[in-house]
Design a protein around this ligand. Structure first.
Ligand SMILES: C[S@@+](CC[C@H](N)C(=O)[O-])C[C@H]1O[C@@H](n2cnc3c(N)ncnc32)[C@H](O)[C@@H]1O
Length: 281
């Protein structure tokens, strides 16, 4: 896929939106090797969620939303750098810029999903977005030399062929103390794995918050599993907020992918792979 090295100017959108999002999704799969999805997803490949969706659905970190963190950061920084992975139309970034002028907004999308005519109130902000087209699996190359205070991503990691690889690259692109907020990172954990993973990262000096099962905390999930042992064996998705630690310049990952025997399509996603968590009992 052709990766532009310079940002695309929003006002320069030439693409005619002749393709439906369903076709765009198909193209993403074809070119990027993203895994096929359950039929149930059909028609729901949207790229236009607004900032309020991001704020409401991304996990919090230390009980603050990504927007709270970014706003607080503007108190002591002239520029707050935010990257949206799988930014779709990119208008959530424009809204962020509208609300927090100190934000320098970057987005990456597999396909150009920018709209030709942005809403009037966002028009003054769209051209400041550094919108790139490329495969998130090559994030480090696409954003070589850049670093970010915050990385955000909604409804994207579930489409990725190797979400671990992308998560690791996100971590590398964060400034020390920077935080990535990822909705549905695209892999599933049992309650036991969930808290083991959190403990593992903690032991490596990395602070990560995993929110899952209806936004319950790790402790609540452990309690739930104690009361209902079925949760010990049931993998479910979760959201992750992870902060780059000065002690760990790279994200330690106790995973390896194994081909799954499970067909998860009955729960809405048919990811062909799960992982082995190799962090002992
Ligand atoms: C369902 S849309 C979500 C858009 C937006 N975040 C939202 O919530 O409305 C998925 C986005 O991820 C992008 N995407 C999917 N696979 C990708 C990949 N491998 N690399 C980069 N972007 C990818 C798509 O091009 C699209 O922009």
């Amino acid at each position: 896929m052709n990766l532009p090295t310079e940002r695309l100017r929003y006002s320069g959108v030439k693409r005619i939106q002749e393709r439906s999002f369903r076709d765009v999704r198909h193209k993403d799969r074809l070119y990027l090797g993203n895994p096929p999805k359950a039929q149930s997803e059909g028609g729901r490949y949207r790229g236009n969620r607004d900032l309020s969706y991001y704020i409401a659905n991304l996990p919090t970190f230390e009980e603050l939303t990504f927007f709270d963190h970014a706003r607080n950061k503007t108190d002591d920084s002239e520029e707050v750098r935010v990257l949206d992975i799988g930014c779709g139309e990119g208008l959530a970034l424009a809204e962020l810029k509208q609300k927090l002028p100190e934000v320098k907004a970057f987005g990456i999308s597999a396909t150009d999903m920018r709209v030709i005519t942005p809403p009037d109130d966002l028009k003054p902000y769209v051209d400041s977005i550094d919108y790139r087209i490329g495969d998130a699996h090559k994030l480090k190359d696409i954003f070589r030399g850049e670093s970010f205070d915050y990385i955000i991503s909604t409804k994207t990691f579930i489409h990725l062929g190797d979400p671990f690889r992308v998560l690791k690259q996100c971590y590398r692109l964060l400034k020390t103390g920077g935080i990535a907020f990822i909705e549905d990172p695209g892999f599933w954990l049992t309650a036991r794995e969930f808290s083991k993973l959190q403990q593992f990262w903690e032991s490596q000096g990395v602070k990560a918050e995993l929110h899952g099962l209806l936004s319950m905390s790790s402790e609540e999930i452990t309690q739930l599993a104690a009361a209902f042992p079925v949760f010990n064996n049931t993998r479910s998705d979760f959201h992750i907020a992870i902060q780059r630690s000065p002690e760990a310049p790279r994200l330690p990952m106790p995973f390896k992918y194994v081909k799954s025997q499970f067909d998860l399509s009955n729960i809405g996603h048919s990811k062909p792979y799960v992982f082995n968590l190799d962090i002992g009992n």
